[in-house]
Write a protein that binds this ligand. Structure first.
Ligand code: ZN
Ligand code: ZN
Length: 135
């Protein structure tokens, strides 16, 4: 679904490309979040957190026998949403379930997901409205 989908201000032209609203990730041993192409991109997840692909598939089909893998997945796999900081207009990716929702650039907690921005006042010109543009 990589298209030219974006959200744009109907007044000043402020715009953000957003082919997706976020992405699944797996956390490596150093705490870095690696973006995944899909929720169960099992090869990358298996290699990163050190369990077998069978165990990952097993999480879905026989959870009672894969408790350890499920726990690791819950700890290490998550979903990052794209956010815009309304203070400095920087973009960032945060996990709404795990992270303190704060801009990493300026520290402001005035951040919104791209979805939340739709049909709200433009944070740049404060006159226009942010609209979703689907080509
Ligand atoms: Zn604007
Ligand atoms: Zn900021």
């Amino acid at each position: 679904m990589m298209n030219r989908h974006s959200i744009n201000c109907n007044n000043c032209g402020f715009g953000l490309p957003c082919p997706t609203w976020g992405f699944f990730y797996v956390t490596d041993d150093n705490g870095n979040r690696l973006a995944l192409a899909g929720e169960l991109e099992s090869t990358t997840i298996a290699n990163t957190i050190g369990i077998s692909e069978d165990a990952i598939v097993g999480c879905v089909f026989s959870p009672e026998r894969n408790g350890e893998a499920i726990q690791l997945m819950q700890e290490r796999v998550g979903y990052n949403s794209f956010f815009l900081c309304l203070t400095c207009l920087e973009r960032c990716a945060l996990d709404q379930k795990r992270d303190i929702l704060q801009c990493p650039s300026c520290g402001s907690s005035d951040v919104r997901t791209f979805i939340q921005l739709i049909d709200t006042a433009c944070p740049r010109c404060r006159k226009g409205t942010i609209r979703e543009t689907v080509p």
